[in-house]
Design a protein around this ligand. Structure first.
Ligand SMILES: Cc1ncc(COP(=O)(O)O)c(C=O)c1O
Length: 373
């Protein structure tokens, strides 16, 4: 008889996916080591071409991280000191940090009632003659609210940056996120839908001139070797090793997102009828389920109960941008961020990763149901 306690179900597990691809990843590493070429070589070029093709954009530029992708995209658009960039207050810190890093002003907007995406009405209120860009974050992998915000950006002639750090594999009407706005920014942080074995990011667009500026800015602002022409350049290159790993993993992205979606369907069916709000997926869109986030006023007690059941959970995020000291000093706040304030204490992320088994998903569902029984 097996009397061992059931193992803990983690919130995420890049380890499982990397072990599943171990042989191919080791072969990719060996290929790079033996090439003798480690920075901006054939692996980065091939990955950039493969990523662009997968998104239906004309080009991609591999950079050091998702945060750097946002910084470089903002710079390439021409956003600078004192310019305003509208962002949601409900997002990962790096969205705001990237804006603040270049001396621009993050102007905070709210999410739509009962939703996680930027609210177009709140964006309209935040617009001013100094607005240079809007960053729409496809938070958790969902796209709800994007078309309305895109329409506002277009009507006001403002650039729209898609923060796709959490949404690789999502689409609207079959068009991948990252290809819908002025420019798309991706993160390959290890737990992301497409995760490196270290840091990485990419800027994607079909605006060749913009991509060219990003390429220059990621390498010291050089327009030719040792000749810095663009101000604000830095060193932020995706390296050959990460690009080689990402090429392996990009081939499995579609399958992994399908699996995340299967798990989400399983959760949604299993949790329906409970007093929890479930993720939204507007008709005609594909949610990439980087995170599976539910909402309940009993959040803290539910999280504690799930922990006793061996089910790990997360908070994405425990603090909104307007609740963090580093951003309070630089951000412009609207009179109210009521929806964000209301959701922060109620959101809870359940385990979600492509290698989660059906049995584990059932354990998660049973544990949540057990709490409300
Ligand atoms: C929405 C969002 N934007 C930007 C980033 C920054 O990505 P990175 O950690 O690769 O710098 C993240 C990563 O956590 C994110 O979730």
């Amino acid at each position: 008889m097996n009397s061992a306690a059931p193992t803990t179900i983690p919130l995420t597990s890049p380890l499982a996916e990397n072990q599943r691809n171990r042989e191919e990843l080791l072969a990719a590493a060996a290929r790079v080591i033996d090439s003798g070429y480690y920075i901006l070589g054939s692996e980065v070029a091939a990955f950039e071409a493969e990523l662009a093709a997968s998104l239906g954009v004309s080009g991609a530029v591999g950079v050091g991280s998702g945060t750097d992708a946002l910084v470089l995209a903002l710079q390439a658009i021409g956003v600078g000191r004192g310019d305003e960039v509208i962002i949601p207050s409900h997002t990962a810190g790096p969205t705001a940090a990237a804006v603040a890093f270049i001396g621009a002003v993050p102007v905070l907007a709210d999410v739509a009632p009962g939703a996680h995406g930027l609210d177009a009405a709140s964006v309209k209120v935040a617009l001013s003659e100094r607005t240079k860009a809007i960053i729409f974050v496809h938070l958790y992998g969902g796209t709800a609210g994007f078309p309305e915000v895109l329409a506002v950006a277009q009507a006001h002639g403002v650039a729209l940056i898609e923060d796709c750090a959490q949404s690789q594999g999502a689409d609207i009407g079959g068009k991948p996120v990252g290809s819908l706005g002025t420019v798309g920014c991706f993160s390959f942080y290890p737990t992301k839908n497409l995760g490196a074995i270290g840091d990485g990011g990419a800027v994607v667009s079909s605006d060749e001139a913009l991509l060219d500026r990003v390429r220059r800015l990621r390498t010291y602002g050089w327009t030719r070797p040792q000749y810095a022409e663009l101000a604000g350049g830095q060193c932020s290159r995706l390296d050959e090793l990460q690009a080689a790993f990402l090429r392996v993993k990009l081939r499995g992205l579609g399958r992994n997102v399908q699996r995340r979606r299967e798990i989400a369907r399983h959760y949604i069916a299993g949790l329906r009828g409970l007093p929890v709000a479930l993720p939204e997926e507007p008709a005609g869109t594909t949610h990439a389920y980087h995170l599976f986030v539910i909402r309940t006023p009993d959040r803290d007690a539910l999280a504690a109960h799930l922990k006793t059941c061996g089910v790990m959970t997360g908070l994405h995020y425990p603090y909104a941008i307007h609740q963090q000291p580093a951003f309070m000093a630089v951000a412009k706040m609207p009179a109210s961020l009521a929806e964000t304030d209301a959701l922060i204490p109620e959101i809870l992320s359940l385990p979600m990763y492509a290698d989660l088994t059906d049995g584990q998903a059932e354990r998660v569902i049973a544990a949540v149901r057990g709490f409300f029984a």
